[in-house]
Design a binder for this molecule. Structure first.
Ligand code: ZN
Length: 209
């Protein structure tokens, strides 16, 4: 979970204030004067997230092209939150692209940016602990532990990793990973409820194989 939000220099804050008091437009993100602000946002959250994508939890490489500044509430859906520190994180280009402008709010943000986990249908990198919602089995299998976990897996299409492996014909390896994990969940590191959810998930996934 991200502990510290980005803070802006006076100069950048003035640019942001001018934008927020003017005409709100999601495309402003591409403006020349925004580029250095985006670079600061990207660097800050990469550090906060230990270089990992906020949705697939995998390390993202050092190329700015694959490290996207992620607007959790998409800037094309609600341009008010383009620079809102709690609305910003870093995602890999694939998660960012798959999630795109899909809705993530459980209710409309009328007043301002929602300040709590419950307002979001997906795992929010500022308000939620990833591991409480999604369990990664091996490297490629994402098991949901909560409705938020389910929604995040769906919106960002986190099943893509295991789907690629199935396409490559790695069914047996995947089944092996799952059965190894089956032993692991019975060693007591998960709560009863999580254990039940994981077992159900694995039964379902094994059938797919
Ligand atoms: Zn990702």
């Amino acid at each position: 979970m991200i502990e510290e939000t980005v803070s802006y220099s006076e100069k950048h804050q003035a640019i942001i204030d001018a934008y927020e008091n003017g005409e709100l437009d999601g495309n402003y993100w591409r403006a020349d004067e925004v580029r250095p602000i985006a670079a600061i946002i990207r660097a800050h959250y990469l550090r906060q997230q230990d270089g990992r994508c906020c949705y697939c939890d995998r390390e993202i490489t050092t190329n700015a092209y694959v490290q996207h500044v992620e607007h959790i509430v998409c800037r094309s859906t609600d341009a008010r939150f383009m620079f809102t520190p709690h609305n910003l994180a870093v995602a890999c280009s694939t998660c960012n692209g798959r999630k795109n402008a899909k809705a993530v709010l459980t209710r409309e943000a009328v007043v301002g940016y929602p300040g709590s986990s419950g307002a979001f249908s997906i795992v929010h990198p500022h308000f939620d602990e990833y591991e409480e919602h999604i369990s990664r089995i091996g490297d490629d299998i994402y098991a949901p532990l909560t409705p938020k976990g389910t929604e995040t897996i769906k919106l960002c299409e986190l099943t893509r990793f295991v789907a690629e492996r199935l396409e490559r014909g790695e069914t047996i390896e995947i089944q092996q990973t799952l059965s190894d994990f089956y032993d692991e969940i019975n060693n007591g590191s998960y709560t009863k409820d999580q254990n039940k959810k994981l077992t159900m998930f694995m039964m379902k996934t094994l059938k797919l194989g």
